[in-house]
Design a protein. Structure first.
Length: 288
């Protein structure tokens, strides 16, 4: 009966997820450590449980969205998970997800799914926002609960390994971290000019969007094993270009600390004798 859901954790994200199920007519039981946070949802029709254990007992499907992995263990300490399907939307590492799945099984849970949320709270329950959640773990549970899981955001299943969703989540966030490092550096370079940040932002978004397609070329090289495949800008040329990037930073009084880790790896790969590659060889340097 996936029309009945228990939701533990009503922070910014948990409350948004809970609200989307309420709006879609699900029979929802909620619990939050700070009880006052359950009041608005109770006013909208959710049943507020007095304890996490009571909330867990109320539905076959239990969804948790708490601060971190440790808070999941703490919140569920007294709950009887026997026969429950557990969906953990709390952000964690792949290893934490695997350990939490084993922990849930040890506590008698029926099936486990781990989720990595690729959205911010305002995107929840708004299909046009493009937000989605990676799920991994029990494929059987994913299929059964897919309709309910697709209410807050798109639901993308990435395999039986419970750690897979967290790995996908973290890989995308890590790429974003690098991208925003570059964005920060670019704005720092432009500071003190009369170019308005809003005008420069428009140029940046256009440029990054165009360059993002390069990612498919990296994939083609990784899959073929030929890192020179389709290279239009080779490493020898790019390392030369990097010198201009670093010198410009110096001229502008901007620290290059956000970009030097990557330029240094490109130099190492070039020094290892790969002038005709693109940047794909850097991946091997990171893995070794
Ligand atoms: P909040 O800080 O808004 O809420 C944290 C929640 O965890 C609260 O309900 C809090 O309860 C609860 N909590 C913390 N420690 C414990 C504990 N020891 N025992 C029981 N409950 C505890 O965070 P969010 O709702 O924004 O995030 C929840 C999860 O969603 C996180 O893992 C986050 O990484 C993930 N996420 C969030 C996104 C976002 O943009 N907000 C985006 C993608 C993922 P209390 O109210 O009592 O403090």
């Amino acid at each position: 009966d996936t029309k009945k859901i228990t939701m533990l954790g009503l922070g910014a994200m948990g409350a948004a997820v809970a609200r989307s199920w309420l709006s879609a007519g699900y029979e929802l039981t909620v619990w939050n450590r700070t009880a006052s946070r359950a009041e608005p949802l109770a006013a909208e029709g959710a049943k507020a449980a007095a304890s996490a254990a009571e909330a867990v007992a109320a539905s076959p499907l239990v969804v948790v969205c708490l601060l971190d992995d440790a808070s999941v263990e703490e919140a569920l300490a007294d709950a009887d998970l026997t026969g429950k399907d557990l969906v953990n939307l709390t952000t964690g590492t792949p290893e934490q997800a695997r350990a939490r799945a084993a922990w849930a099984a040890g506590r008698g849970a029926a099936r486990y799914l781990d989720g990595g949320i690729m959205a911010v709270p305002p995107m929840i329950g708004v299909p046009e926002s493009g937000g989605y959640v990676f799920y991994s773990g029990s494929g059987e549970l994913f299929e059964e609960a897919q309709k309910a899981l697709s209410v807050p955001a798109g639901a993308r299943y990435v395999g039986e390994d419970p750690g897979s969703a967290a790995l996908h989540d973290v890989a995308l966030l890590s790429a974003m971290t690098g991208m925003f490092a570059g964005v920060s550096h670019a704005f720092a370079l432009m500071r003190g000019t009369d170019v308005p940040p809003s005008g420069f932002a428009a140029l940046l978004v256009e440029w990054l969007t165009a360059m993002a397609g390069y990612t498919h070329g990296v994939a083609a090289q990784l899959e073929s094993g030929d890192y020179t495949l389709g290279v239009t800008s080779n490493l020898a040329m790019m390392v030369q270009g990097n010198a201009t990037l670093l010198r410009t930073a110096e001229e502008r009084g901007v620290s290059a600390e956000l970009i030097t880790p990557f330029t240094a790896l490109m130099e190492r790969r070039l020094a290892d004798g790969h002038p005709d590659e693109g940047t794909t060889g850097v991946i091997d340097l990171l893995r070794s």
